[in-house]
Design a protein around this ligand. Sequence first.
Ligand code: P6P
Length: 339
Amino acid sequence: MSREFITLSHHFLEQQRNYPNATGKFTDLLLQIGVAAKRVSYQVNKAGLMDILGSLGYENVYGESVQKLDMFSHNIYFDALDHMGLLCAIASEEQEEFIPIPEKYPTGPYVFLFDPLDGSSNIDANVSIGTIFSIHRKISQVPRGAEEDCLQPGRKQVCAGYILYGSSTMLVYTAGKGVHGFTLDPGVGEFVLSHPNMQFPSPEKSKNILSINMGNYNQWDSGTQKYIDSISRFSQKPYTYRYVGSLVADFHRTLLYGGIFLYPGSHQKDAKNPYYKLRLLYEAAPLAFIAEQARGKASTGKENILNIFPDSLQYRVPLAIGTKYDVEAYEAYLASIGS
Ligand code: P6P
């Protein structure tokens, strides 16, 4: 844990000194994300006391019931970022189409993709939930931005991060120079650097935790079933099993303690192709950037998540993410049986 009281703005201004040509736009964007994160954290932490729990009574593009806090979070981040002249496009897991910057505001060189409140099905049970974000540079020739600017491979991200609304609220991000974690000090109202240079534990220090929804076992491909068996019930030293069902919480624990999180494809009855739940742009790619910067890895089991080109905003992927050792063991297992 860091001992100095280094706030987000102190940290980003220090980081900005590494880029002599920096305009400060990127720093402004990240500081605004911090402001939105504090506002959402405040509501999440008192949701039980206000009439904002529960569902809005309609479903999002994935057929999932939209919780009141989902849309609240979507609106808070959108309102914090749309007017700054920093973005040319916003895409949210809660909306099917990309969101152009309102005509009354100037546009900028960045694209903001986010899952406003991941794990929201856990909201009413007071389980940790999170926001995941990904930032790209504009690539299209369309003056005020286009969907094309959102459809980029994870390798092109300039920044990725998540906010975990848990026993404390943490903001964890990478901009390609390591992974840094900040904890919200509610008394001061500032995110303070608490976890500089976060990295997955080495194999000898890893707690060897397996995080997967075992309820889907019968729907996995045989290679995944055999791999999971090999590190759990058929192992001399079985992995500990932990599953929150909230990706940000499960990923954050994996980053701190080690092991692997998996959400494989499900082979639903009579379906031609496996069903994949997690979204590339809003969940897998940003966490993959963080994982790689923290000396871990993220894969479909066959392909590095960061190398995948999405053909739609809703592109979904199977995900295996965690220590490099564990993810590569999974990949090797699948390759060894030709799965
Ligand atoms: P299941 C939440 O809805 C989410 O997208 C992720 O946060 C989480 O990892 C996953 O779904 C949980 O899915 O099928 O295990 O409930």
